[in-house]
Every structure is written in structure tokens, then in C-alpha cells.
Design a protein around this ligand. Structure first.
Ligand code: ADP
Ligand code: ZN
Length: 651
């Protein structure tokens, strides 16, 4: 938290926390009351010193104490009596028995000093009257405060919602944001403008007012926006689009107004609106009748504010979304969010850089291999990678290690990829057998089919809710297209699981459903989109109308029924044909599969190297020519060269 934020907090503390204010107030009052008035016991203690014990006794006991002259002084109030013991160690108290005069007689007889005292005074009387009022005032303040909070202005001061819009001055720098070099370059200009607005204004340059950061969740959009503020050393006002909508009608718009007012006052500054699609959804896409008045008002206010200040006011609005296609076109017009910066998921090199950023503050063991982790985490966003490092550190901490080891990171990668390890879930032995053969089938095909992705790990430990086992493939990096034989190889690998069940178990299970679906999809795309079959030739049957960032894909059929029939037949026949070769391969490599299953039973997880070793041994023994595709070492060497280049760049 920055200084500025703290300052704001202090100013508003009592306004924003009426309950706490009231509690403090009450404690002070009650404390005063106690000190000034006191009750029986405490005033006794005050009179007699700290060592006196207060004892509750019965009236008759008190009388016998008087008779035996065990007390030296007695004080008589309206409702109770206090008596001080002769040795000064105790104070006895008892309630008065009305109408008894014998006590006074005894006191006189024994020559014990006595006097009356008043149990109340003006202060207690007044407090007795005031107390209920204080409680009522307190409750009222509490509810008024809450209402004010939820209405963002509220009863106690209309339109004072700006109290809740806090800014911070982040310490985040561009170095903290890794793997999104292009995006960083694009926002560099904004940093410069915020730092030296004068230069641009004098020349008359038009600086963008609004920049839309587009990318999947967790890719670092918020982080990048903060880094812009951090680099430029300007206040950062952060709000979430959805927070505007949860409020009463009219309040969202008022908040937008206050937000801009505050940001302009503190200019140069940055406003960051996360999830802008919550307010900026196109009116058409809004759907349901009547739409959402609150959202529309908020959106209109936002548009008005953005139009309202000139390009010479150094306030930049950054907004984040992962669904730019749903945004209202009005938001994207010139002078508003007319610039889009893509904050994409990192590639191999990007992941290495992000991992390194997050490893900086964690004690990593020398055995940690960043490239290997980056290789296993294809498709994950920066937030996932940050999480993996942190999870690894937590695991290491739990095992009371001094450093985080590669093993810990592996475990945390697996958790991230396949959900938490369900170690406690018991595997039914029959299922375990099916899964072991199924996964071994995938692995064998992956290693013996030209063009398939290498195996990195085979596991029969159930993960998450759905997967009973899995085979991790090493994705090849910097690969943006696939050749036809590689697509067919993928089909073979997918069919390997089911074929293994048939060959080794003699019956098939439901476990292969997803594999078959994916295999079918691959062949379908080959026919429809890539012109890789004879039935459609070069004709494209389905345009890939993929919206930006892989949003909803709309298909439209623009071909004959005859073509559809042919395609269905082609898919079915090719699946069958490939299935048969896969079965034949598995039968040929029967002993290799059996060895793999045996090892899986023993270890539950086996590595790609172990798989290749088993296959190589089998081929040697059986005297068949090796089908193992390019040795993994070659590929790893290639990847290492890439990684070294990354390191080189950094220095
Ligand atoms: P988004 O706003 O895109 O959903 P965030 O910026 O909130 O994502 O990212 C959450 C966290 O993930 C960040 O605070 C950071 O720790 C980590 N992170 C995400 N992307 C990156 C990146 N490119 N470089 C470094 N860390 C990242
Ligand atoms: Zn499978």
C-alpha cells in the first residue's frame, strides 16, 4: 500500500467506520463512569488499598462479625452495607434487611465506627438516562454508514462516493512483467507521455486516452497497467467493471464521475478498469428485455467522461477484457478505447522469463531446471506459472526443506495441469488395469509413430475429478502449423488407448470417449478446412469464422448433402483404417506394453525416457528395426539452444 493510500485511509477512518468509532466512544464513556463513580467493590478497593478482598456475606453473618468485634468500621448505604475487617484484610458486603435496628445497637455496644453513604450521584443518574440514547445513536450511525457504503454517496452526504476511490502508487516495474514484450513496447509511449506531458502538449501530439488490454485471464493485464503507473510514477486508480453494476441505479454513473474527477485532480494519473465488458457489453448483446438500465447509465457516463477531457489532460484510461468482441462499438470509437494491446499467453521463451521473475524471491535448489518446467507448462498463463512456483515453495516448506527442488515444482505443475492429486481416492483394481493398458497404448503409439509428439510422462495416479490416468506429451515449441502426417500421427496416438483396451483386456470401456471425439475432430478439420482429403479436394467446406481470441466459433454449412455423406464416410473409414494399423502395432509390441504396464503398476508414474528405454530393449530382443522416432536428446538439444539464446538476450 502506498503512502497516498494510507493518507486517504486516515482521513476517512472515522467516517468510514462508524461502528468502530461508536465502540471506542462507548468504552471511553464506560471507563470514565467506572473511574468517577465506581461500584461498591471498586470504591472499597480504592479506600482500603489493593490487598483487601471483597466477601459477600449474609446479614446474620455480618451481625455475628460485629458481635465478635471482627470489624472496625461499617458503612451503611440505601441498599447494602460494607464492613471493614479489623485486620484490614477483607471488606464484607451484604444487603440491608429493612426494619432491623439491632445492627446499629450492636455497633454502638461494641464501639465500632459507622456511617452512611450515598450509592448514587448525579453522574450515574444522568448516565442511566443517556445510555439508551447513546446506543440508539450508535446503531443509527452504523446503518447509515453501511447504506452510505452501498450507495456510494448516500444519506450522510450525497455524491461523496469519492471517498471510496483510492489510488495507489505501485512499485511495479516493466521488469516484473515478463514474456509480453510487444505489449510492453506498445505501452512504453504512454509512460513517456505521463512522465513528460508537456513535451507532447507543446507539439500538439494526440495521445491515446484509452487503451484496451486484451487477453485471457491471468496473462498480466492488471500487472502491466500497474507497471505503466509504476514506471511513470503516477497514481493508479483501479476499479472493476462489475463493481459498478452491483449498486443501485444511478450510483454507478456517479462513481464514474467521481473517479474521473479524482483522477483529473491527481493528473498525471492512470485509471484502470478491469473487466470492462461488465459495463461495456454492446447493447445488442445485452439480450434480455429492457436491458440493464444501470449498466447503460454507467456506460454513457464513462463515454461522456472520456469525451469530456482533452488529449492534453494527462489521464490515461487502461481497460482490460478477454472478450473484446462483445464490447459496445461506441467504446471503441476514436478518442475512446481506440487502441488495443494484445496481452497474450506466453510462449516457451516467455514462460522461462516469467518463471524466472517469480523464482527471484524464492530459494530455488540448484537442481531446478527452468526450461524443463517451461516445456511442461505450454498453454498456461502468467498467473498459473506464478502459482506453480508458489505451490512448489509451499510443498517444500511443508516438507521442511531449505530450498525448493525440481521434484516440488513437478508436483505443483501436475496439480496445476490436472487438478489436485487425489491421493486418498482408492483405485479399483479393475479400473487400474484398464487405465494402465490404455495409457501405455497412447505412449507406445506416441513413441513409435513418425510425427507424433514425444511422451514426457505416463501416469495412472488419478488426478482431479475426471482423469483416471494421463499421458503428458512434450509440446514442440515455436510450432505454429502441423503437417498432414503429424495430424494423422495424432489420430493414431489418440486411438492407441482404445486399441490397447481391446487387444489386452478384450473389451472396451467408456474411458476412450474423449479420445475418439478428438480424433474425429482432427479428421473433420482436415477435410473441411485444410484441403487434406480427396473427397473435398482443395475446396474449403467450412470457413473458420473464429472470432478474436478463439471466442464462439460459428459454423455455417455451405455444401451439398452428397458432400456431407462423403465426408461422414471418409471420417468413418479413415478412423477404421487407422484403428487397424494401431491394433497391429500394439500386437507387434505386446511385450513392450506388458513391460510398461508392469512398471506403471510398480511406480504409478513413469517418464518418457523410461518408456523409450522399454521400447528400445524390446526391439533389440525381438530383433526388429527400431521405430522409435528422433531421439529425444536431439530435440532437447535444440530446445536448449533456444533457451540459451534467451539467457543471452537478457545479459
Ligand atoms: P489479468 O489481469 O490479466 O487477469 P493479472 O495481472 O491479475 O492478470 O495477473 C495475476 C498475477 O499473475 C500477477 O500479479 C503476476 O504475479 C502473475 N503474472 C501474470 N502475468 C504475468 C507476466 N506476464 N509476468 C509476470 N507475472 C505475471
Ligand atoms: Zn486416452
Amino acid at each position: 500500500m502506498s503512502n497516498q493510500e494510507n493518507k486517504n485511509d486516515n482521513n476517512n477512518f472515522f467516517n468510514q467506520n462508524p461502528l468502530i468509532t461508536f465502540a471506542i466512544f462507548s468504552i471511553v464513556i464506560i471507563g470514565l463512569f467506572k473511574v468517577l463513580v465506581g461500584d461498591g467493590a471498586s470504591s472499597q478497593a480504592a479506600l482500603g488499598g489493593a490487598s483487601q478482598r471483597v466477601k459477600q456475606v449474609s446479614y446474620s453473618e455480618l451481625k455475628s462479625l460485629v458481635d465478635s468485634k471482627s470489624v472496625k468500621k461499617v458503612e451503611i448505604g440505601q441498599s447494602y452495607i460494607k464492613a471493614y475487617s479489623s485486620n484490614g484484610s477483607s471488606v464484607y458486603t451484604t444487603r440491608i434487611v429493612k426494619g432491623d435496628t439491632k445492627l446499629i445497637e450492636s455497633l454502638d455496644k461494641q464501639g465500632i465506627e459507622y456511617e452512611g453513604f450515598s450509592e448514587t450521584n448525579w453522574f450515574t443518574e444522568m448516565f442511566g438516562w443517556l445510555f439508551p440514547f447513546l446506543i440508539i445513536i450508535g446503531i443509527w450511525m452504523f446503518f447509515a454508514g453501511r447504506m452510505q457504503k452501498s450507495m456510494g454517496g448516500g444519506i450522510l452526504g450525497m455524491g461523496q462516493s469519492k471517498k471510496m476511490i483510492n489510488s495507489e502508487k505501485p512499485n511495479t516495474k516493466f521488469d516484473d512483467v515478463a514474456g509480453v514484450e510487444e505489449a510492453k513496447e506498445e505501452v512504453q509511449e504512454i509512460v513517456d507521455f505521463l512522465k513528460y506531458p508537456g513535451r507532447y502538449v507543446e507539439i500538439g501530439a494526440k495521445i491515446p486516452k484509452g487503451v484496451l488490454l486484451v487477453g485471457s485471464p491471468g496473462t498480466g493485464k492488471t500487472l502491466l497497467a500497474k507497471a505503466v503507473a509504476g514506471e511513470a510514477d503516477v497514481p493508479f486508480f483501479s476499479v472493476s467493471g462489475s463493481s459498478f453494476i452491483e449498486m443501485f441505479v444511478g450510483v454507478g454513473a456517479a462513481r464514474v464521475r467521481d473517479l474521473f474527477e479524482q483522477a483529473k485532480k491527481d493528473a498525471p494519473s492512470i485509471i484502470f478498469i478491469d473487466e470492462i465488458d461488465a459495463i461495456g457489453k454492446s447493447r445488442a448483446a445485452g439480450g434480455v428485455m429492457g436491458g440493464n438500465d444501470e449498466r447503460e447509465q454507467t456506460l454513457n457516463q464513462l463515454l461522456a467522461e472520456m469525451d469530456g477531457f482533452g488529449t492534453d489532460t494527462p489521464v490515461i484510461v487502461l481497460a482490460a477484457t478477454n472478450r473484446p468482441e462483445v464490447l459496445d462499438q461506441a467504446l471503441l470509437r476514436p478518442g475512446r478505447f481506440d487502441r488495443q494491446v494484445l496481452v497474450d499467453k506466453p510462449d516457451f521463451e516467455g514462460r522461462i522469463k516469467i518463471l524466472k521473475v517469480h523464482m527471484k524471491n524464492v530459494k530455488m535448489d540448484d537442481d531446478v531446471d527452468v526450461e524443463e518446467i517451461a516445456r511442461l507448462t505450454a498453454g498456461l498463463a502468467g498467473a498459473d506459472l506464478a502459482n506453480i512456483i508458489n505451490e512448489g515453495a509451499l510443498l517444500a516448506g511443508r516438507k521442511t526443506q531449505k530450498t525448493v527442488k525440481q521434484k516440488d515444482i513437478y508436483e505443483s505443475v501436475e496439480r496445476a495441469i490436472a487438478g489436485l492429486a487425489k491421493k486418498s481416492r482408492r483405485i479399483n483394481p479393475k479400473e487400474k488395469k484398464i487405465v494402465a493398458y490404455h495409457e501405455s497404448g497412447h505412449a507406445l503409439l506416441a513413441e513409435t509413430t513418425e510425427g507424433a509428439k514425444r511422451v514426457s510422462k505416463v501416469s495412472i495416479v488419478p488426478r482431479g475429478l475426471a482423469a483416471l490416468g494421463y499421458t503428458l506429451n512434450k509440446p514442440e515449441e515455436n510450432k505454429f502449423m502441423m503437417q498432414m502426417h503429424e495430424l494423422w500421427a495424432e489420430v493414431d496416438v489418440l486411438l492407441g488407448g482404445r486399441a490397447a483396451e481391446q487387444v489386452f483386456i478384450g473389451e472396451i470401456s467408456t474411458g476412450a470417449g474423449n479420445d475418439l471425439e478428438r480424433a474425429t475432430d482432427i479428421i473433420k478439420s482436415m477435410v473441411q478446412t485444410y484441403g487434406m482429403s480427396d473427397i473435398a479436394g482443395l475446396m474449403v467446406l467450412e470457413k473458420s469464422r473464429q472470432s478474436f481470441l478463439g471466442g464462439a466459433q460459428q459454423a455455417s454449412r455451405e455444401y451439398s448433402d452428397q458432400m456431407a455423406q462423403n465426408m461422414d464416410n471418409f471420417i468413418k473409414e479413415s478412423l477404421q483404417e487407422h484403428y487397424e494399423t494401431v491394433v497391429a502395432r500394439l500386437e507387434e509390441y505386446r511385450d513392450a506394453i506388458e513391460a510398461m504396464v508392469a512398471l506403471l503398476y510398480k511406480k504409478e508414474n513413469i517418464t518418457g525416457e523410461e518408456v523409450r528405454e522399454l521400447i528400445a530393449n524390446f526391439e533389440k530382443e525381438a530383433g526388429i528395426e527400431s521405430k522409435l522416432t528422433d531421439s529425444i536428446d536431439e530435440i532437447e538439444d535444440e530446445l536448449k539452444i533456444d533457451a540459451e539464446m534467451v539467457d543471452g538476450e537478457k545479459e
